[in-house]
Design a protein around this ligand. Sequence first.
Ligand code: NAD
Length: 489
Amino acid sequence: MTGSSARFELEGVAISPDHYVDGARLASATTFEDRSPLEWTRVLGHMARGDAGIANAALTSAARAFPSWAALSCTARGEYLHRLAELIDERSDQIARVECLDMAMREESLRLRVIPRGARNFRAYADLAVEYEERSWSSNNTDNRVVRMPCGPAVIITPWNAPFMLSTWKCAPALAAGNTVVLKPAEWSPLSASILADLIDEAGFPPGVFNIVQGIGEEIGAALVSDPRVRRVSFTGSPETGRLIGMAAARNLTPFTAELGGKSPLIVFADADIDAAAKKAAGQYDDAGQVCLAGTRLLVEVSVRDEFLEKFLTYTNEHVLGDSRDDNTTISPVIHVDHLAQIDGFVQRARRSGDNVMIGGKIWREDGLWYEPTLIEPVSNNSEIVQKEVFGPVLTLQTFDSEAQAIELANSTPYGLAGMIYTTSAKRADRVGRAVRAGTVWVNCFLIRDLSAPFGGTGISGIGREGGDYALDFHSDLKTLQVLQSSVI
Ligand code: NAD
């Protein structure tokens, strides 16, 4: 553990490779390499590789800062969050450019939608915490009041896709509720978190309130989540890692929430606007399919299968594979050379087991990390390609001939993150929407979010809910304060 190392420059931003602990930069003796999916031979930087010592330092500082942060009013804490939101807005173009280089999401969507959402996350929680009411009522000659107490340091662990948006989404409620935070971003896309640390510093947060550490999940991540001083663990990532983190948190009886993977159905009924459904289905290839909520299982009523497929193929042909910095690109490279191999592994196993690879099914260019948009008709609903998350531009196509069969297929995987239904019938939308086992179901739309609505998954897609008061509840310890009436004046 040493002072801080030299910054490196990317897109006009001087990026620190170091951790941000107790209001200061802190280096590690070892580093890990961060590469760009846009040019795989290009090393963007060597980031500090945190270990148990850095985890300890970050948690010590978060624990020290906790009592005074918790003692502030929601309004006072909200002022820091609002300041941070303003700084994010001021730098959103730069953050978008760096994040694009780092994880290859399309720069235009980062600039217009994803990074500004980071600022919205802080604003929304600054305001929600102030409005968050304490319930009170009278019974048995007593006044009952539900008091919300901040809990202590929270560890937040985030994945490589949409890292800035997801990190801010998860840290904002923890801070607003009065907890201090140690954030560990994913090692495949660590850069925007380092910029966030500079903005936290500029916003004037008290030292130790908001710490960011870099490193490998199995190393510093594991050390953080198994520390008994941690009072909340909030994780987004794969179900496999979720299980490990959940077990580590359980050993200390630390409350744990997890937003995990998905294999969501996109159901198209014969009464739907087939063109709109086909267009949205082809849109599931956006961001190279690396979207947890993506509707990767297309379930289409058999009577409209051919019409849907023709339109779907037309829209899919309009996709442009290319550099994510180019506004014309719609399909970016995937995050990492290992992830590309994993996606291809799923597709080749499907091919070998008799599933019909209708389009795509291969790496687009040997000199890059693009995978062709792929559509597979499985031989059976039990096929691996139907049952497991690929997290790439790979969709499956299945048909159904009744509403009951559509629901049965929709609910036939262990996941339950999201679902989409295309129908023009309000009654069917309600019936099927209620029957689909998922945390969010969109009817005739996708990805529209109200930040006060609950968000999460059922089955292996997650535990707990984020969004609005649900996240503030998770980040609070609830207490009943019961006072005998007429005993106090
Ligand atoms: P991952 O589970 O491999 O890693 C996520 C994070 O966990 C990383 O920061 C990693 O360093 C850390 N980690 C790994 N092992 C750890 C350990 N033993 N202890 C502590 N931390 C550890 O996931 P990923 O590949 O980064 O992300 C892709 C997955 O995330 C997909 O399954 C995707 O669906 C899911 N995801 C879900 C949502 C959601 O909101 N439900 C959103 C985005 C991504």
